[in-house]
Design a protein around this ligand. Sequence first.
Ligand code: BYC
Length: 304
Amino acid sequence: MSATFDDIIDADERIEPRDDMPDAYRRTLIRQIAQHAHSEIIGMQPEGSWITRAPSLKRKAILLAKVQDEAGHGLYLYGAAETLGVSRDELLDALHDGRQRYSSIFNYPTPTWADMGAIGWLVDGAAIVNQVPLCRCSYGPYARAMVRICKEESFHQRQGYELLYTLAHGTPAQKRMAQEAVDRWWWPSLMMFGPPDGESTHSAQSMAWKIKRHSNDELRQRFIDMAVPQAEILGLTLPDPDLRWNPGRGHYDHGEIDWSEFKRVLAGDGPMNAQRMAHRRRAHEDGAWVRAAASAYAAREEGA
Ligand code: BYC
C-alpha cells in the first residue's frame, strides 16, 4: 500500500509531483515558489542597472555572473512550480497583473556602487538564512532547486562582502559610500523575513506541512546574530542604536522594525514598485518575438 500524504510528512520524507497532496498544500507551494521565482527575476533589476557602470572589468564580470545566476534561479523555481500543474505563462501573468507578489526588498533604489556590496552582503545574506532550511522543504522539486540556489547564493554573499570590505578600507569617501549603503539596506533586509510571527498568516500551516522549518522571527534573529560581528570586521556600523548582545537570551536585542513601511511596500507604494513593474512588463513585451520564435521552432521540430 502506498504511503499517504500525512505518512510522508510525518516520516520527514519528500512529497513528489505525482503523489496525492491536499489542494491547500499545492496552492501554498505555488504561492511561495512563484513569489520566490518572481523575486529572482525582479531582483535582477537593481543590480542589472550597474553592470555598465561597474568600476573595473573584473567587477563587471563578477556582477554579470551574479545577475545571470539570478535568471537561472528564476528558471529552476519556475520549473519547480510547473511540477505542481501551473504553466509559466500563468505565473508571469499573475505577476504582471499584481495577483502574485515578489520580495519587498527589490522595491528600494540602488543609487551608488556600494549598494552592490550591501545587496550582496545583506540581501543575499538574508536570503541564505531564509533558504538553507528550504533545502529540507517537504516538496522534493523545491527542496532540490534550493540546494543549488544556496550554493550560488553563498558566492553572491561573499562577493558583496568583499566589495564592501574594499570600499570600507578605501578612501574616506569610499568608506562613507559603503556606510550609507549599509544604512539604506539594513532595515529592508530585516523585513525580507516577513511579518512578525504574531502577524504571519501562513507560518503555522506551512510549518506543520514542513514547507517552512522555522518562523519568520527565528530566522530574522539568526540573521541579526550573524551580521553584527560581520559589520565589526567590515569596520561599519549598523543603523540601530538598540542593537546589543543579550547574554540572558544568547542573542542580539534590536530596535523596533517599522512595519508600517513594510505594509506600504507590500501595498505597492515603495520607492521603486512602479518602476520595477513597468520595467518587467516592458521586458516581457520586448521578449514576445523570442517566445514566438522558440515555440514556432519547437512546433516545427515536433511536426518533423
Ligand atoms: N515581501 O504569512 P507570511 C533573493 C507576504 S529572492 C513581499 O509570513 P509566508 C534574491 C506573504 O507572501 C528573496 N511579501 O508568509 C534574488 C503573505 O502575503 P500573501 C525571495 C511578503 O509565505 C535576487 C503575507 O506577507 N525569497 O533572495 O509564510 C538577488 C504574510 O506573510 C514578504 C523567497 O521568496 C516579503 N519580504 O512567509 C538577491 C524565499 N514577507 O501571499 C537575492 C521563499 C511576507 O498571503 N519564501 N510577505 O498575500 C519564504 O520563505 C516565505 O514566503 C516568506 C514569507 C518568509 C518570505
